[in-house]
Design a protein around this ligand. Structure first.
Ligand code: HEM
Length: 398
């Protein structure tokens, strides 16, 4: 549509979308410029990963990378934010069901964007009625109940030692997200159970599909480009201390081919395919219009900034021009950008390094046009219906 009608288009009665990379910084501005989530959008609702790959070496069955990485990301967020073990790595059935749950959450975003009240209304219907009709929604309710119980436990033990300042209890970080919120400078109403539940659910969903999607795409492109894969392997072999499987995260982040490939994989895959809709409290103009959304993908795949934008070319990041760095927005930009960026990077560096160093993998029946390139926007980009995603065979252990 932008090709036909120009850089600014009214896409619904109350939303205007812009495609112009130079304007991304203006809409997604820093804390100095107040920006709010557009209400209908806002209302939408250190794990042994290697074990999954070792098992596949024995069984010789292919592995779905999306499901495995979702299990990893789910377990990580469970332990990190809720001090809960979701057991997705050990229990393959639970991992598959979790994928179905997150897929159904993703599919529901299309409806929830137009009817923001729908999900919360379904949540009030007794489970006995919802379960036979909508089993996937029931899984969502299960996740909701899990986090709800966690909030309830937290609230009932609020006065105990765990809520004292870190220095007093000798911890490096708060035990859970809820402890962190309690210890923050937020006002008391912002620490109520309903707010904790909202934050918990946001984290649970925001940190799963995004990480799994980027990691699957990064591994696809590496296996599809053996020269680049070889560069990373060489870098890792040289940087790994004797007796260790991989170098420290600090070292990994400084390896040129590894970090450029993760950056390039994020640019190409851009997991959040949705337009990011915000409102400004003071007048905001693009020409004579008042826009409220832009797509990160339209910036990340702009050929004037990234020549041959659909090619996986990590070396574009070596001495990249400042505009390419400024327009690197897979995590959004400004005051409302992703809050899990550091955790996401840590997960991606550790997983890619562990897999490249430990296993010989081969792509199994995976075709870029069918299984990678997104053609459906469910907040996260999905490939063609019926695609089984990125699958690999584990050929050997290094
Ligand atoms: C490669 C992985 C990830 C990508 C590409 C990504 C990308 C994004 C994007 C584009 C946004 C929206 C920003 C906006 O509205 O302007 C976002 C929001 C957010 N992300 Fe991430 N994210 C990733 C991983 C994570 C992880 C691991 C966590 C959890 C620790 C997380 C937590 C959040 C939260 C809490 C929000 C805000 C949600 C809200 O305001 O409702 N993200 N992320």
């Amino acid at each position: 549509m932008h090709d036909q009608y120009g850089p600014i288009i009214r896409i619904s009665p109350d939303e205007i979308h812009v495609r112009d990379p130079a304007w991304y910084d203006v809409l997604y501005a820093s804390n100095l410029h107040a920006r709010d989530k557009y209400p209908p959008t806002a209302k939408m609702a250190g794990t042994p990963l290697a074990a999954i790959f070792e098992e596949s070496l024995v069984s010789r069955k292919s592995i779905s990378l999306e499901t495995s990485f979702l299990a990893f990301a789910g377990n990580t967020i469970g332990l990190y934010a809720f001090n809960l073990d979701f057991n997705f790595i050990k229990d393959a059935e639970a991992a598959k069901n979790w994928r179905k749950t997150l897929d159904s959450v993703a599919f529901s975003t299309v409806v929830a964007r137009q009817f923001p009240w729908l999900i919360s209304s379904i949540m009030t219907i007794p489970r006995g009625i919802v379960k036979p009709l909508f089993p996937d929604i029931c899984r969502l309710l299960d996740a909701f109940a899990k986090i709800s119980n966690s909030v309830a436990t937290h609230i009932s033990t609020r006065t105990t030692a765990e809520n004292k300042p870190m220095s007093e209890i000798g911890r490096e970080r708060p035990l859970t997200l809820f402890h962190a919120i309690d210890q923050s400078s937020l006002s008391d109403p912002e620490k109520r159970a309903d707010r904790l539940l909202q934050e918990g659910m946001a984290l649970l969903f925001a940190g799963g599909e995004t990480v799994s999607h980027s990691l699957s795409h990064i591994m696809f492109h590496l296996l599809d480009n053996p020269d680049i894969y070889g560069q990373i392997k060489k870098e890792l072999d040289e940087a790994t201390p004797m007796g260790e499987t991989i170098p420290s995260l600090h070292t990994l982040e400084r390896l040129p081919w590894l970090s450029a490939s993760i950056r390039e994989g994020l640019r190409l895959s851009c997991p959040v395919s949705a337009r990011l809709t915000q409102t400004a409290r003071t007048a905001l103009h693009y020409g004579e219009w008042t826009p409220i959304s832009m797509h990160p993908t339209s910036v990340l795949h702009d050929s004037s900034i990234y020549p041959e934008p659909h090619k996986f070319a990590p070396d574009r990041w070596f001495d990249a021009p400042s505009q390419a760095n400024r327009c690197f927005v897979p995590f959004g930009k400004g005051a409302r950008m992703c809050q899990g960026i550091d955790l996401a990077y840590a997960e991606m560096f550790l997983v890619v390094a562990t897999l490249v160093r430990t296993f010989k993998l081969e792509l199994f029946d995976t075709i870029r046009e069918r299984d990678i390139d997104p053609v459906r926007d469910y907040f996260v980009g999905f490939p063609e219906t019926g695609s089984r995603g990125v699958r690999v065979l584990v050929k050997a252990m290094d």
